[in-house]
Write a protein of this length. Structure first.
Length: 159
């Protein structure tokens, strides 16, 4: 299929500069990182990037409910619930109802889930090292600080 050229009308109005528009830069980077990570993690460890994010969070915060997972990784309940069901079926997590509140569940890694986490973690950290290898140590620290500040300011646009 031949590429279509933008019409002159399309060129006359305002347009984003995707090289300078921060939400686009973050989104494009995140999408590309997620896509490549899913390819690697699925092939080598049998988990997709969302399942990896859940495993990583449960290693830090064992016993949390799905609502906390949604809050931290920024996904809606549906995709998180579907991924948790798959993970439970594959023996990576155990989901237990809270005896005092049947609507709430605690989620924990199984021994198998912990082993998968530990293997993926090594690859994830190496991918991060390679990604940031173009930056000095000081630049990495500045980048992390800036990203944390922007993350902390999300309420300015989401609230």
């Amino acid at each position: 299929m031949p590429k279509t050229r933008p019409t002159s009308a399309a060129k006359t109005g305002p347009a984003l500069d995707h090289d300078r528009y921060v939400p686009a830069l973050i989104t494009f980077l995140a999408n590309k990182l997620s896509k490549s990570a899913t390819g690697v993690y699925q092939k080598r460890f049998g988990v997709n990037v969302t399942e990896w994010r859940i495993l990583a969070l449960l290693a830090v915060e064992p016993g949390i409910p799905a609502s906390r997972i949604c809050q931290v990784i920024g996904f809606d309940k549906g995709p998180v619930s579907r991924n948790l069901t798959v993970m439970e079926n594959h023996g990576l997590v155990v989901i237990k109802a809270d005896p005092s509140d049947g609507r709430s569940h605690s989620i924990n890694l199984t021994a198998k889930g912990r082993k998968v986490h530990d293997k993926v973690l090594q690859v994830a950290l190496e991918r991060e090292r390679k990604l940031l290898s173009c930056l000095s140590r000081e630049e990495r620290d500045v980048l992390i600080g800036l990203l944390q500040r922007v993350h902390g300011n999300l309420g300015a646009v989401t609230g």
